[in-house]
Design a protein around this ligand. Structure first.
Ligand code: SAM
Length: 326
């Protein structure tokens, strides 16, 4: 098998597949004015999703995260899970969701083959949750997390963007929450994207500062497995839950990159903050195109850069993470 490998000997076992740009939340750092429909866009069909997944799986990918936009806004979301999960070679199917549909649907998603779930939850205070996300749905999301455990997920990952002056005072509450709950709480450092104005300077909290606090209070770092996501994970003997830190501004963040992205419009993105996407859609139309599709993926990968340029303030062409599957 010809594996997906770049010029820096990084291998890519993990695909993040966006299935829609549409989102019903208006998170301050992502889509503060809400999603603006564009009638010309058509998102990947179920068959196109099957073809992409098959090509990646043939080249060594074994984990797929279905994301968006909000992936559960797709009416055929459960079918998408089923299509990805039934692709030979795919061993783990995950999704990232804002959780608004989880309470009623998560059991179906699990039956369709979903192995892992990440829910975004930026505050444990319903009012702050509303302020950050533009949606008064805190209780629905919490009910969704409960429903995930009831449906048989042993762990749920929760994504939280800590922001100075908004929710950064809640660290203690978050820790208390995971003391007896099997949640991996992942603090994502706020990333600067193209459409942000003053928000980044106003609210950015350094992930490294949170790491120092954790280490001082007895948290210990785990060793990474090869298809783990980008988080540095910490555990503590007194806690059932874990903490993950996602620090894209950390010096060696890109060295362990094992992920590629395909947007909901069928473009391959080598980096969340890359400059361009490689068109794949013309090669997703029938099964007979698999060899050509794999060749295009391999050729594109030769261009993957060693690192992003976020430190220099360059966020590439990414206007916000919903457009490329954050
Ligand atoms: N709609 C889904 C959700 O809410 O989880 C999936 C897509 S969303 C873009 C994926 C994750 O990216 C969320 O956890 C969100 O908090 C995070 N995110 C979006 N923009 C971000 C930014 N500028 N900096 C850090 N995290 C961001």
């Amino acid at each position: 098998m010809l594996e997906l490998q770049d010029a820096f000997a990084r291998k890519f076992h993990y695909l993040r597949l966006s299935v829609t740009d549409v989102c019903n939340f208006r998170c301050q750092y992502c889509l503060p004015d809400g999603y603006r429909p564009d009638g010309r866009k058509t998102f990947l069909t179920l068959d196109e999703i099957r073809h992409i997944t098959q090509a990646f799986a043939t080249m060594g990918t074994n984990k797929v995260r279905i994301t968006g936009g909000e992936p559960s806004m797709r009416r055929d979301f459960t079918d998408i899970i089923e299509a990805v999960a039934s692709t030979p070679g795919i061993r783990k199917v995950a999704t990232t969701t804002n959780g608004y549909r989880m309470a009623e649907r998560v059991a179906d998603w699990r039956s369709a083959g979903l192995d892992a779930i990440n829910v975004s939850l930026d505050s444990l205070d319903p009012r702050m949750f509303h302020q950050i996300t533009g949606q008064n749905r805190f209780h629905e999301v919490m009910a969704g997390i409960e429903a995930a455990f009831a449906a048989g997920f042993e762990q749920v990952k929760v994504n939280t963007v800590l922001m100075r002056g908004l929710n950064d005072g809640e660290l203690g509450q978050f820790l208390a929450w995971i003391k007896s709950n099997p949640i991996q709480l992942r603090f994502i450092e706020l990333m600067q994207t193209g459409e942000m104005d003053q928000l980044f300077e106003r609210h950015h909290v350094r992930g490294a500062a949170i790491k120092e606090k954790l280490l001082e209070s007895g948290w210990q770092q785990r060793v990474r497995a090869h298809n783990d996501g980008p988080a540095e994970v910490f555990w503590h003997p007194d806690y059932v839950g874990e903490i993950g830190l996602i620090m894209p501004y950390a010096q060696d963040f890109c060295a362990s990159c094992n992920r590629l992205r395909v947007s909901a419009l069928g473009k391959l993105h080598l980096c969340l903050f890359g400059e361009y996407g490689v068109e794949l859609r013309d090669l997703l139309q029938h099964k007979g195109q698999q060899a050509a599709l794999q060749r295009r993926l391999r050729e594109a990968l030769a261009d993957k850069k060693a690192t992003h340029f976020l430190h220099q303030g360059q966020s590439g062409m990414t206007p916000h993470l919903a457009s490329i599957g954050g």
